[in-house]
Design a protein around this ligand. Sequence first.
Ligand code: ADP
Ligand code: ZN
Length: 609
Amino acid sequence: MIVKAREILIKVFGYRSFYPMQEEIISEILNKKDCLIIMPTGGGKSLCYQIPALIFDGLTVVVSPLISLMKDQVDNLNELGIQACHLSSSVALDEYNQSKGEILSGKIKLLYSAPETLMKPHFLSFLKQVKPVFFAIDEAHCISHWGHDFRPEYRQLSRLKTFFPKAHIAALTATATKPVREDIKKSLNLTEPIDFIASFDRPNIFLDIKEKNKPFDQTLEFLSKFNNQSGIIYCFSRKQVDELYEKLYKLNYSIKPYHAGLSNDERKINQELFIKDDIQIIVATIAFGMGINKPNVRFILHYDLPKNIESYYQEIGRAGRDGMPAHCLLLYSYGDTRKIQYFIDEKEDLRQKSIALKHLKDIIKFAESKLCRRYLIIRYFGEDYRKVKCGHCDICVKSEDNIEKIDITDQTKLILETVKSTYSRFGATHITNILRGSNDKKIAQYKHANLVVYGKGKEYSKEYWQNIIKQLINQGYLFKDIDDFGIIKPGVKSDDVLRHNEKVFGLPLSEKESIKNQIADKKSMVYDEELFEELRKKRKELAYRQNVAPYIIFPDATLISMAFSYPKTYEELSKITGVGKVKLEKYGDIFLLLIKQYLLRNQQKNVKK
Ligand code: ADP
Ligand code: ZN
């Protein structure tokens, strides 16, 4: 059956391979085992139950706390040609009845529902008729008193097993310490559950904590790095949100506020604007974010200290779901802890009070520590993180500033020779392939195996060469011609090395760096930014027409891949991540045409030059 799962992954979802653990999890779910799945945000939890749901003969029920989340998932699935619906009190009666009919007839594979809807007596008796085969409980930590987001309505789910003894259950969450994990299993009465605890590491997120001294200036400086890119600013109080919003709005930032003091409508509109890329920034209290799935959030700024590490981790987790680089900055001052202390003092339940206090102490310790941020967080969640330095947080980078550059003259010469002997007609990938002696089709086509440089750089990885090429572009030894399909040419400084024998220095690609470069290799590859912008515009237009969020059409990663490889045929397009069968049929022509026209325009530009 796992063969079938792989087939669905590729054909329906358009992905090339599973993320870590997805395959093992799916395989156990297909064996009808109860599972507890702990995976960080962006780890790909949804696929773990969506793929089995498509294979099972019968209905899968997904329990989720928020209507917006359910709607988003259902939109996403429908867009992939999968029959899914959501039922809650917000659905109009005729749509509700129609969905019920489709569920009864077996047409619907996935039903999304909130716990309070699901556990209503009349709904339970309806479901008993349908006999669901599998329940996926999303955000399962909401069932636990020990968690930071306890929801009483989740407690009712403890009776699921009594009502549906034959169905099996998968509980999923992104945040859970050991007591919470145990609590989830017990509360849901899972039978001999199999635990899957994926790494809590989110290597694409840069973790940064700075002392808060001039918070507004610090905010402006931080924002200046994210021209046009989506991000969230979290504040402790509504008042703070309003203040900051006013100030930034006056400076012409594309920004909206979000907190419990706004009307439901206002909140909904502001959230929607953000999700649809119509505004750039949301400034919010913690009330914001639970219901959003936006994959291209590029930064999170904590203007105030979060109440605990769980919330901090969950909030920063909203950045970079698409796996591309994101930056999270926390402005820390001890003064902020008093606000939280005050808030805790208000609590009446003694147990809740002492839990909250312990949580506060933990986050203070975390913020004040001089150890690697990632090391501390991951350890906090009980994972055995072996590296003492992650290389991708403020603490590690500070110590990395002192890293000595190494001599990369020989490597530079090899690359320049490759560029010259192929008449500056190829991109970074092909140059790397030549150096590594690959047997790629293109190598055969151009007979590049005959080149003197062919295979001369075998001993280094692909990441290594791509990394050096990037450094050389930055230093002016190479030139990436955006107007000419992003091909690599000798840069202004190339003669310094080739003729004047000057030495070139660069940063080594150490093991510590390899995480960063896994991402660099996949995502921040040298893509055509101009084409990317055009693709984005087209996506927005399509999304607007269908009234969905742009990422429902295609995520950024898919557009970036297109702007990297310039697909010209269906076949080439279908190989791009996120392009499944249905989307290929629906959007293939539109995007292929756009790319074709773009290339033509650029060719003409070059001829004119
Ligand atoms: P989570 O619920 O764990 O936060 P999601 O299920 O929302 O994560 O997945 C995060 C993103 O990764 C989504 O955009 C999803 O489509 C994408 N994704 C999931 N699995 C894969 C995969 N195997 N290959 C490529 N992209 C994937
Ligand atoms: Zn670190």
